[in-house]
Design a binder for this molecule. Structure first.
Ligand code: CP
Length: 313
């Protein structure tokens, strides 16, 4: 029996502050374990986790696999290329066949919004969404929030601006729901064509001027333009033009020397962010990656029924 109210991690919409806080606090303990010479605990020994990646990934895939190995779970990796999906097998048949091999947890990345939720209707396994189209990417949201908590402590009243492709990215919604649950204030910033109409209705501010977002924010979460998911062209003139109006440069940050810069990756240098900022002293981009392993360990552990991390594990 899990101490979390959620049974699966499909998104952060509707997840309580209590559940988010339990995951983040458990991740603090796992981060300490990852700093030891021996970075492995026997917590999930005997459990099998399948990583189903129907879309490309570097960070999320490696991070989940490392998290599973650090917890001593058995892991199996599935890629759509080289599988029988190319012979016409459906997602349902693929996952039911994998479940028949006796697995406990499925981590899924898929281009279709709702694909992770769909699996909860076909399988008894725990399901973790590793990114479903332009819907949500909850473990990215959690690791971003974990990183912000390391910087600021309590996030109540902290101001976070999410900049870039809000309409087609999956990181914005997970950040918005998770940060709102913990009391942060959010501004979205980007070209009007990349910000969904009426998004203010979910309690966020919107600005089409990067200078206003920088002025507002204690931290900027800078997003990539999701060219692969945009179903029409001409949403902005050119990447060069985008950088001119929205690119995060040292010059633009002059008025905010303490601002914290996040980016979920992959970075397109010179499009949404300048290298001087991405690699500069305000950037926590690689800390986000480090924290991702601890956060994913916490999610895997708590969803599988874990209660507390004991000091001497
Ligand atoms: N942040 C993120 O999801 O990166 P990947 O696509 O490399 O997993």
């Amino acid at each position: 029996m899990s101490i979390l109210k959620i049974k699966h991690l499909l998104g952060l919409e509707g997840v309580s502050a209590e559940d988010i806080t339990k995951i983040l606090e458990t991740a603090v303990s796992f981060k300490q374990i990852l700093e030891r010479p021996v970075k492995k605990v026997p917590t999930l020994r005997g459990q099998t986790v399948v990583n189903l990646f129907f879309e490309n990934s570097t960070r999320t895939r490696i991070s989940f696999e490392l998290a599973e190995k650090r917890l001593s779970a058995d892991t199996v990796n599935f890629s759509a290329s080289g599988s029988s999906t190319s012979k016409g097998e459906t997602l349902r048949d693929t996952v039911r066949n994998i479940e028949a091999m006796k697995i406990d947890t499925v981590v899924i990345r898929h281009s279709s919004p709702g694909s992770a939720e769909y699996l909860t209707k076909c399988l008894d396994a725990k399901i973790i969404n590793a990114g479903d189209g332009s819907h949500e990417h909850p473990t990215q949201g959690l690791l971003d929030i974990f990183t912000l908590r390391e910087k600021f402590g309590n996030l109540k009243g902290k101001k976070i601006a999410i900049v870039g492709d809000i309409a087609y990215g999956r990181v914005p919604l997970s950040n918005i729901y998770g940060l709102q649950a913990l009391g942060a204030e959010i501004m979205l910033c980007g070209p009007p064509t990349l910000i969904p109409r009426d998004i203010e209705k979910i309690g966020v501010k919107v600005s089409y001027r990067i200078e206003e977002a920088i002025e507002f924010a204690d931290a900027l979460n800078v997003l990539r333009i999701q060219l692969e998911r945009q179903n029409s062209t001409g949403l902005f003139p050119t990447t060069r033009e985008y950088f001119r109006f929205f690119g995060i440069t040292k010059e633009r940050l002059k008025s905010k020397p303490e601002i914290v810069i996040l980016h979920p990756g992959p970075i397109n240098r010179g499009v949404e962010i300048d290298s001087e900022v991405a690699d500069g002293e305000n950037s926590v981009i690689l800390e986000q990656v480090t924290n991702g392993v601890a956060v994913r360990m916490a999610v895997l552990y708590l969803l599988s029924g874990g209660e507390e991390v004991r000091e001497n594990q």
